[in-house]
Write a protein that binds this ligand. Structure first.
Ligand SMILES: CC(C)(COP(=O)(O)OP(=O)(O)OC[C@H]1O[C@@H](n2cnc3c(N)ncnc32)[C@H](O)[C@@H]1OP(=O)(O)O)[C@@H](O)C(=O)NCCC(=O)NCCS
Length: 184
């Protein structure tokens, strides 16, 4: 199983490198990121715990989170995260999620990362079906999912509850036998 993947000037590698804690703290300081972690990431200790948890999950084999970093000979700055979680070996399924730092958005980082993580999950983990979901009021995430080859499968009504408001979620999935999406 490959522990890192290179794609289109990006490197996907496990969390835990020097500087990752600071990068995570900075990423989660932004309002759009509030709901992207099960617990708030508001302090250095929270960020350290977030990075530590990613490493523990990888070791256990239930979830695989990749830091997405700039691989074009730059400073290896963290641009975001893509995770394959809920790995169910019996049914060969998994769940994909992603976030990108505000500064790195709008240039295809999420689409490339999601596609690369899906390919990795099919080829290296041997999964067959990958699922993801996004709030229907998150069109950028919908575009990422579609461009990464995840077909929309329907709306789950009022699935998520954030700050007292319920949100409909659109489900997407990609199968190992689906055609590779064309380049974004
Ligand atoms: C959603 C998110 C991951 C997208 O990251 P990104 O690197 O900017 O995405 P990309 O540049 O790869 O692609 C974004 C696509 O969405 C489109 N897009 C962006 N904002 C949009 C909007 N408001 N409405 C419709 N499409 C939009 C872009 O045009 C692009 O599509 P294109 O390639 O066809 O032009 C990023 O905004 C993010 O991290 N948001 C906060 C966390 C989050 O919502 N995660 C997903 C949870 S399901």
């Amino acid at each position: 199983m490959r522990e890192s993947v290179e794609v289109s000037g990006l490197v996907l590698r496990p969390w835990g490198a020097e500087g990752d804690v600071g990068a995570v703290l900075e990423a989660f300081a932004e309002p759009l990121m509030r709901w992207q972690a099960p617990q708030p990431v508001d302090s250095v200790e929270d960020a350290r715990q977030w990075v530590r948890a990613r490493g523990a999950q990888w070791e256990e084999g239930g979830a695989f989170s990749f830091a997405v970093v700039d691989g074009r000979g730059g400073d290896g700055a963290v641009l975001g995260n893509v995770t394959v979680s809920a790995v169910d070996r019996r049914h060969s399924t998994g769940w994909v999620s992603y976030w990108i730092t505000r500064a790195a958005r709008g240039r295809g980082v999420a689409i490339h990362s999601c596609r690369a993580a899906a390919r990795w999950a099919f080829d290296d983990l041997g999964l067959f079906r990958l699922e993801l979901g996004h709030r229907v009021n998150n069109p950028a995430s919908c575009r990422v999912a579609t461009a990464a080859g995840f077909a929309a499968e329907g709306i789950q009504r009022q699935k998520l509850l954030y700050d007292g408001v319920r949100y409909d979620v659109e489900s997407h999935a990609r199968l190992a036998t689906d055609p590779e999406p064309t380049a974004p």
